[in-house]
Design a protein around this ligand. Structure first.
Ligand code: GLC
Length: 535
């Protein structure tokens, strides 16, 4: 079976507010993305996932939608979106939207109506109860919120101003499917699905069982002293994944990329356990907290190869708009960042690169008090060092600062007097313009890697086989496709390493020095070898 395009692509995540401001209001916009399409195209990006830009009070910056079919004025118009899709398609690129199906804003007309009484036409569009049960929201604390108009409580999985829709109401489900259909009809190439694992809840609202677990983790959402048994991962959500897939299939091959916190075996279930007839791709967020060692990545690759063999395809993601930037986790070490991307772009999987990763943008430390992101306000009573010690970014503003294009005012992001978030002060060093002309910059390394990835079918479609018997600190794997083989080796230590390999030819290399059959690796260096098959 040939792979669908979305199993072979390269994804770039744009947080539209921070990418490029075309109309000098301090906020990025859709026309800004259009203006930067050539940059992304030349970089070698094939698919762009854009975080939500629909009408919204912007309390969670677009993840609180008040109209699914319109574009928020500050980002542009539906016409701009159409133009963006067309311009991307003309360049052979794809556009993927962010579909926030689980909840709306509390300012959505559906919710405004729903909360007015117990018997209005939208009364049953959200989850209402006379009394809360013990469920905790994903952000901690009860997710039940009182509405005096109905003398009832509504359920919100995330924050109180994001009430959950009731998918057991057929009208709700149909309306949301029609919304997906609307965008597919307009030509979008798929969706990233926001917190998809919470869509359905237990019909009987049974209390969650007690657990000793304090904080939720990337691969286990239970926490706040309960097992999230009845508010997450209900069998209906898994069935719904398949329904959405069938809907997408009516339009040809369309990407469905799920945000599902949980263990790898659960992610696999959402993809369709045996055949890949559920979500085409799912994030494995465990790797967002990667440890920078060969041993960590070896184990990651082993687990992923075991859980997601063909026809499944894993996604490799190391940063996003909610979590710490990978450069921050790497202590700002450029050599390590190159190695990380070498891995991301040569393993068997779809890479997902968060905007600014390609130039090594890093977190900007900002006080919780003045945060625009609502999350840190919820946790302002906990001293910051607790989160620092956990390696967790609570103030998501810190990873959403404007893209750093050049050395000019506001890093070339905007001509406004003020930008919505401050620019990272390192922009004079870390920016696209500068790194474009710097040999060996992170940007040029990633560009080179993407070029190899697009020219070498074996990297996009080949199998992956880990090399055994390598010295400690060295990670190596082969990619095979038909008669082609590529060997990839990475030195994760800060000491040079010598490796004697038994291969015949080496056609090209990245960073590693090749002396006859011995590969000499400097610290944190990496090499790709292409060779004819072993006789
Ligand atoms: C997802 C999004 C996050 C948002 C939340 C609620 O986790 O990535 O940014 O705040 O869902 O929609």
């Amino acid at each position: 079976m040939p792979y669908p395009w979305y199993h072979k692509t390269t994804i770039y995540q744009i947080y539209p507010r921070s990418f490029y401001d075309s109309n000098a209001d301090g906020i990025g916009d859709l026309r800004g993305i259009i203006q930067k399409l050539d940059y992304l195209n030349r970089l070698g990006i094939e698919t762009i996932w854009i975080s939500p830009f629909f009408s919204s009070p912007q309390r969670d910056f677009g993840y609180d939608i008040s109209d699914y079919l319109s574009v928020s004025e500050e980002y542009g118009t539906p016409g701009d979106l159409k133009e963006l899709i067309d311009e991307a398609h003309q360049r052979g690129m794809k556009i993927v939207l962010d579909l926030v199906m689980n909840h709306t804003s509390d300012q959505h007309p559906w919710f405004k109506e729903s909360r007015t009484s117990r018997d209005n036409p939208k009364a049953d569009w959200y989850l209402w109860r006379d009394k809360p049960n013990n469920w905790q929201s994903m952000t901690g604390g009860s997710g039940w919120h009182y509405a005096p108009e109905r003398d009832q409580y509504y359920w919100a999985s995330f924050l109180g101003f994001q009430p959950d829709l009731n998918y057991r109401n057929p009208q709700v489900k149909q309306t949301m499917l029609d919304i997906a259909r609307h965008w597919l009809g307009m030509g979008v190439d798929g969706f990233r699905l926001d917190i998809f694992n919470v869509i359905y809840k237990d019909a009987g609202y049974r209390d969650n069982p007690f657990s000793l677990k304090i904080a939720p983790a990337e691969n286990d959402p239970s926490g706040y002293f309960q097992e999230m048994k009845y508010n997450l991962n209900q069998p209906q959500s898994i069935r719904f994944a398949k329904e959405l897939r069938s809907l997408c299939d009516e339009f040809g091959e369309r990407m469905l990329l799920g945000e599902i916190g949980g263990k790898q075996d659960l992610l696999r279930i959402y993809m369709g356990e045996q055949a890949n007839n559920g979500l085409g791709l799912v994030f494995d967020f465990g790797m967002l907290r990667f440890k920078f060692t060969a041993e960590y990545f070896r184990k990651l690759l082993e687990d992923i190869e075991f859980q997601f063999p063909p026809p499944f395809m894993p996604v490799y993601v190391f940063s996003n708009h909610d979590r710490r930037r990978s450069m921050d986790r790497l202590g700002g070490d450029l050599r390590k960042a190159k190695l990380l991307h070498m891995l991301q772009l040569t393993v068997r999987g779809v890479p997902c690169i968060y905007y600014g990763e390609e130039i090594g943008m890093t977190n900007l430390r900002l006080p919780f008090r003045s945060a625009l992101d609502p999350i840190p306000h919820k946790f302002k009573f906990i001293p910051r060092f607790v989160f620092d010690r956990m390696g967790t970014t609570i103030n998501r503003d810190e990873v959403r600062t404007p893209m750093q294009w050049d050395e000019r005012h506001h890093a070339g992001f905007s001509k406004a007097e003020r930008t919505w978030l401050p620019i990272h002060p390192n922009y004079r060093e870390v920016n696209v313009e500068k790194e474009s002309v710097q040999a060996g910059s992170l940007l040029n390394t990633i560009r080179a890697l993407l070029k190899i990835r697009s020219s070498e079918r074996v990297l996009r479609e080949g199998s992956l086989c880990l090399m055994d018997g390598l010295p400690k600190g060295i990670l190596g794997y082969h990619r095979h496709h038909k008669a082609e083989t590529l060997g990839i080796l990475m030195n994760f230590t800060d000491q040079p390493r010598l490796l004697t390999m038994k291969y015949r030819e080496c056609l090209f290399k990245v960073a590693a020095t090749v002396e006859k059959k011995t590969l000499k690796f400097g610290s944190f260096e990496q090499g790709i070898e292409k060779r004819s098959p072993l006789s």
